[in-house]
Design a protein around this ligand. Structure first.
Ligand SMILES: [Cu+2]
Length: 208
């Protein structure tokens, strides 16, 4: 009797393992300029086209170190609460005037009193009221599938099988790369991406 029960349990476990639920493939994006230079800090976003995106959101941290925001670019899902610790020995006053999230944190050192919840999609530019050179960006997106390229221009993420629309953003891009559809299967996928950057520009590219 006990043996029979064990066999049933084993069959259920095997069945669960064999089911295609949550099957994901590694997708590697390699972002380069038309001249072939690595395009680090490029945000890539994948909107699922076959099924609604799974619910949920995470938390994120944007630190202030040596009068700079770290990281310089953050991509988060709508609804994410961001903490803004201050690791400097001077006080900062973090603010945004971007329509997707207008806020000001009172001048503070150490830990701020509250997190900031980014509740609308869009591009948010952060500044500090005391230090004009402090600038950072938060891209708030409506999908859990996104990544940011490292200095070498590549980013990797695991995507469930299916079709996606991929969009990309870099603060210094001349024009957004056209959105592009891609299909993720069981095998790893390499996605080359060309982003035309103007390193000298003072303008911030809009989120496409
Ligand atoms: Cu500051």
């Amino acid at each position: 009797m006990t043996g029979h029960r064990l066999a049933i349990v084993a069959a259920c476990v095997l069945g669960a393992l064999a089911a295609p639920i949550g099957h994901a493939a590694d997708v590697t994006v390699q972002a380069r300029t038309p001249e072939g230079a690595a395009a680090g800090d490029t945000v890539v976003v994948f909107e699922p086209l076959d099924a609604p995106a799974p619910a949920g959101h995470a938390t994120a941290v944007i630190d202030q170190v040596n009068k700079r925001f770290v990281p310089h670019v953050t991509v988060i899902r709508v609804g994410t609460a961001v903490t803004f610790p201050n690791s400097d020995h001077i006080r900062h006053q973090v603010y945004s005037l971007s329509p997707a999230k207008v806020f000001t944190l009172k001048l503070y050192a150490g830990s701020p009193k509250m997190d900031v919840v980014f509740d609308q999609p869009g591009l948010v530019a952060l500044g500090c009221n005391i230090h004009d050179t402090m600038v950072a960006f938060v891209l708030v997106v409506d999908t859990p599938f996104f990544a940011k390229t490292a200095d070498g221009g590549s980013a990797m993420l695991a995507l469930p099988e299916g079709r996606y629309r991929m969009r990309a953003w870099h603060e210094k891009m001349r024009a957004p790369p056209p959105p592009r559809e891609l299909t993720v299967g069981a095998a790893p996928l390499a996605v080359p991406l060309t982003v035309d950057l103007d390193p000298a520009t003072e303008l911030v590219a809009p989120w496409p």
